[in-house]
Design a binder for this molecule. Structure first.
Ligand code: SF4
Length: 221
C-alpha cells in the first residue's frame, strides 16, 4: 500500500465510522479565529463558556474597541485569560489589515497569509493552520497532539515536528480543504473515543490495520 493509499484508507475508515463532523463549531469565521486562540492549552468546553460570555456580540469591531483588561474578564473561563486577551487583540488587528473581510483574505496567497499569522503574537502553527483552514477555507492541514499520537501508533511515517507532519499529509492527500477539514476533525473524534492516552483499541475503526506501536497489551481491553 502506498503512503497515499494508506492515508486515504485511514480517512475513509474514520469517515465511515463517524460521518462528516462539520468542524469547526462556530457561527462566523471570526468566531473560529477567536476560538482557535482560546482553545490553546484548554478543553473545548472552557472555550464554549468563554464564547458564551460575549452574549452574541462577538465581532472584530467589538474586540477592537474593548479594553484588553475587559476582554480578559470576558474570556476568563478559557484560562490564561490575560495572555489570550492580548493574543485575541493581536489577531484582530491582523484581520483589520483586510477590513475584517473574509473574502479579501481568501484572495491572497495561502503562504502569505500563513506567514502573517505566524508573525502575529500568540499564533503558533496549530492556531495559524486552524484559522486558515476553518475560518478561511485554505487547504492547509492542521496537526495537533492527536495527529502526532496517531502517526506514532498506526504508524504513519510522517516524520517529526509540526512542519514535517503537515507536509507529509499534504503531499499524500489531494489538496482539498474539505478533506483536510474532515480528516483533522475525524482524528480528534477518534482520539477522544478510542486513541486516548490509554487507548481503547476494541471497536476502533482503525484497529484492523493499526500496528499499535507502543501500545501495551494491557491497553487493549
Ligand atoms: S487501534 Fe488502538 S492504537 Fe490504533 S488507532 Fe485505534 S485506538 Fe489507536
Amino acid at each position: 500500500m502506498t503512503a497515499d493509499e494508506k492515508l486515504i484508507a485511514i480517512y475513509e475508515s474514520l469517515l465511515a465510522c463517524y460521518g462528516e463532523l462539520h468542524w469547526w463549531p462556530a457561527k462566523t469565521p471570526f468566531e473560529v479565529i477567536v476560538g482557535a486562540v482560546l482553545t490553546q492549552n484548554t478543553a473545548w468546553g472552557n472555550v464554549e463558556k468563554a464564547l458564551a460570555n460575549f452574549n452574541g456580540d462577538l465581532s472584530p469591531e467589538m474586540i477592537a474597541k474593548t479594553e484588553t483588561t475587559e476582554l480578559a474578564e470576558i474570556i476568563r473561563p478559557a484560562g490564561f485569560f490575560n495572555q489570550k486577551a492580548i493574543y485575541v487583540k493581536a489577531v484582530t488587528e491582523w484581520f483589520s489589515r483586510y477590513g475584517y473581510d473574509v473574502s479579501a483574505v481568501r484572495k491572497e496567497p495561502l503562504r502569505k497569509i500563513r506567514t502573517e499569522l505566524l508573525a502575529t503574537k500568540g499564533v503558533g502553527h496549530e492556531t495559524a493552520d486552524s484559522i486558515l483552514l476553518y475560518a478561511f477555507g485554505f487547504p492547509t492541514f492542521v496537526v495537533d497532539a492527536y495527529t502526532v499520537r496517531l502517526c506514532g501508533r498506526y504508524p504513519i511515517a510522517a516524520g517529526k515536528g509540526y512542519e514535517a507532519i503537515k507536509a507529509y499529509f499534504e503531499e499524500h492527500l489531494p489538496p482539498s480543504a474539505e478533506i483536510y477539514n474532515d480528516f483533522h476533525a475525524l482524528i480528534v473524534a477518534n482520539a477522544k473515543r478510542h486513541c486516548r492516552k490509554k487507548p481503547i483499541c476494541i471497536g476502533c475503526p482503525l484497529e484492523p490495520r493499526c500496528e499499535k506501536v507502543g501500545v501495551g497489551s494491557t491497553d487493549l481491553s
